[in-house]
Ligand binder design. Structure first.
Ligand SMILES: [Zn+2]
Length: 415
């Protein structure tokens, strides 16, 4: 079966799911075709989001088969994005400073280590062992070349048992933006429970559900993102496996993220004020009204962005997308954007060059060296709005020469 529709919560099994967002039909975000596509020619799948009234987990209602979702070349490489590289370097330093003893005595495992952008900082550090778990072969090969040991399979109870047999239980487990992608949550969480040393800490970064709602960030919704987490739903998830969220930090990556610190339930699992504070905030912020208002706000973004792109076209200006991101797939599909409005997309990832934005006839080209026949842009559409600072730093010449930029979210605006 290609698409399965959920009738019960993927975490707690409750049937009390309330749909709050329907983005219509959208192509698979990572599936960049080699020929131009039209709306009719590319397979599209429903994209709907619901929240569980019992445990608070926000989740996709339509689950695409993993073979279809991940069967093609995997286009995401952490190392291709400068802000991600910088973020991971700073993060690695923090972990080394905070947990020297668990690292030295019991090592570190990164779940979904991608190309090793984070874990390579531990290769020559004082750690008992460092191991990545990554099923995507392209990124795993790059991690391997950087000296990172990689187990090339999805993480779950079985792989956790194998790692424990080989190396013993782990002092620090790290998972960056992996909890959104898990098919079998209980198997994954049982794996964390099994792998984590009694005195160890597991640290997970996830996109933060209240920021999705307040930031109109519907472009974060694509088929690979099964879940959108809050401190409440994370607490429920780990409690199911006798673990507890003891601390939480908020930061600005991925349009608003949180980093939660998890320990085995017991003497060390006392919740800090950060956790209690955000749980209180979520009781105010995650109301039924907050959920249902996202749909009309997404529709207003669509109407306004469409009008702005029409105005650029009427003025004879060439618009290019800045970043062929997964978010851009949802944005373009929801707003019916094709090459009439956006002439091409520039991106730094070589594997995407020469391909097209999913479900469109918009070509993807290298940043900085346009193929013949393409006009230099007058206006950039920023498809990764949270990298606005990076854009302004990198494109100061373009902006200084009168270049324009449209930021689509939270409300479309020209800068
Ligand atoms: Zn639930």
């Amino acid at each position: 079966m290609t698409v399965t529709t959920l009738t019960a919560c993927a975490l707690c099994g409750s049937g009390d799911l309330e749909q709050f967002l329907d983005l219509g039909l959208s192509p698979i975000a990572g599936d960049f075709p080699v020929v131009p596509e039209s709306f009719e020619s590319m397979p599209r799948y429903p994209l709907r989001l619901a929240h569980c009234r019992a445990c608070g987990l926000a989740q996709l209602l339509d689950i695409i088969d993993n073979k279809l979702l991940y069967g093609r070349a995997y286009p995401y490489f952490s190392g291709a994005s400068r802000p991600v590289v910088d973020h991971m370097a700073a993060y690695a330093k923090q972990v080394q400073a905070a947990y020297p003893i668990p690292l030295r005595e019991h090592g570190i495992v990164e779940i979904a280590c991608n190309d090793g952008t984070f874990l390579r900082h531990f290769v020559d550090a004082d750690v008992r062992y460092g191991l990545g778990v990554e099923p995507a072969l392209g990124p795993a090969e790059i991690a391997d070349r950087a000296g990172v040991d990689v187990l090339r399979e999805p993480f779950g109870l079985e792989s956790a048992r194998r790692i424990v047999d080989l190396f013993g239980k782990t002092g620090v487990i790290v998972g960056n933006n992996v909890l959104a992608h898990i098919s079998d949550l209980d198997d994954f969480l049982a794996g964390v429970k099994t792998l984590l040393h009694q005195d160890g800490v597991a640290i997970f970064e996830v996109q933060y559900l209240p920021d999705l709602l307040t930031g109109n960030a519907f472009d974060l919704v694509y088929h690979e993102h099964h879940y959108f987490w809050s401190v409440r739903s994370l607490g429920e998830a780990f409690a199911r496996h006798s673990m507890a969220v003891v601390d939480v930090q908020q930061h600005g990556m991925q349009g608003g993220s949180i980093r939660v610190f998890v320990r085995h339930a017991g003497p060390l699992s006392h919740s800090q004020n950060s956790v209690i504070g955000l749980l209180g905030f979520e009781r105010q912020a995650l109301t039924g009204a907050a959920y249902v208002s996202l749909q009309p706000r997404a529709s207003r973004v669509r109407a306004r962005l469409w009008a702005m792109l029409e105005a650029e076209r009427a003025a004879g200006r060439t618009v290019a997308a800045y970043g062929a991101s997964a978010k851009a797939t949802t944005l373009f599909a929801h707003c019916d954007i094709d090459s009439e409005r956006v002439a091409y997309a520039v991106d730094t990832t070589p594997i995407k060059w020469g391909r097209y934005m999913p479900g469109t006839d918009i070509p993807i080209v290298p940043a900085g060296s346009l193929p013949d026949g393409l006009r230099a842009p007058d206006t950039y559409l920023l498809t990764v709005p949270n990298y606005l600072g990076t854009f302004v730093r990198n494109e100061h010449r373009f902006l200084g020469a009168g270049g324009r930029a449209i930021v689509p979210l939270p409300v479309p605006a020209v800068i």
